[in-house]
Design a protein around this ligand. Structure first.
Ligand SMILES: [Zn+2]
Length: 274
């Protein structure tokens, strides 16, 4: 079984009226432009079929508007109900909204398998935010992994890059050691510090996805991060439709069969409890 651990779909109401949603939600405005490619469920199913991928994590974004959150979560859950064998549904949650607990419990009832992709810049004072801590507790009690966008402290800028640098992600994991986190885009480089024994201990519940790799790193990164200490922590992911799946699969074609088995299959099966 092959799994793409990060893709995004959005309902047609949104792709038809991108400008309306740019005005409605700050994260949407940061991530989307009038011409940004948006796909619906059927296009995702077609794309994974074409590339012999069996299942895809379909994630939300770190929306801040409660209505946009409910609308996109409902769409993802509906897609999962239509394609239960292909879609692993994740939900959006606004960590600052009083409605987030109710939204998350509702999504859990309907079968979501995780939270994310969340876009926020973690700071230590989040630890005093009761809503945030409550979300983490519910995630822990329900064994739900949380995907969080990570950003490189160096290199080119892009829409929605943010400043969730390795240091922030490290502090988040350190302050919440019982939660399972998946830090996107190799955690903005946090994965390199897994070679420090004390850091590795702190990051015992942390996984990394390689989504958008061709936009961020040369494929040589895989040889650097797939070693004995991190082979079980990396999830193959694309960020489709940002990048097509074929291109991302080509970037890992040089890996050994066993390495591919871990990132495409064994690791996601274990993290998502498949
Ligand atoms: Zn991201």
């Amino acid at each position: 079984m092959k799994i793409d651990s990060l893709t995004h779909i959005l309902p047609k109401e949104i792709s038809n009226e991108i400008d309306k949603f740019k005005n409605l939600d700050e994260t949407f405005n940061e991530l989307f432009e009038s011409k940004t490619k948006i796909i619906q469920t059927n296009e995702l199913i077609e794309e994974i079929g074409k590339n012999n991928i069996d299942k895809a994590v379909v994630a939300g974004f770190g929306w801040q508007n409660d209505d946009l959150i409910s609308m996109t979560n409902e769409y993802i859950i509906k897609s999962k109900n239509n394609y239960p064998n292909n879609i692993i549904p994740f939900c959006s949650i606004n960590i600052k909204s009083k409605k987030s607990e109710e939204e998350l419990l509702n999504c859990i009832d309907k079968g979501i398998k995780g939270i994310g992709e969340l876009h926020f810049n973690y700071e230590e004072n989040y630890e005093k935010n009761k809503i945030f801590k409550n979300i983490l507790k519910i995630a822990h009690d329900n064994n739900l992994p949380i995907i969080i966008h990570g950003s490189e402290p160096v290199g080119h800028k892009y829409n929605g890059k943010g400043i969730n640098h390795p240091q922030n992600l490290y502090n988040l994991a350190k302050n919440n050691p019982d939660n399972i986190f998946i830090f996107s885009h190799f955690g903005g480089g946090l994965i390199f510090y897994e070679h420090m024994p004390e850091v590795k201990k702190v990051l015992h519940n942390v996984f990394y996805d390689c989504s958008a790799q061709p936009f961020l790193y040369n494929k040589s990164i895989f040889n650097m991060v797939l070693n004995s200490s991190t082979l079980k922590k990396v999830l193959f992911a694309t960020d489709f439709p940002l990048i097509n799946i074929e291109r991302c699969l080509n970037e890992i074609s040089h890996l050994e069969a066993e390495q591919k088995n871990y990132i495409l299959s064994y690791n996601p099966i274990s993290v998502f409890n498949l």
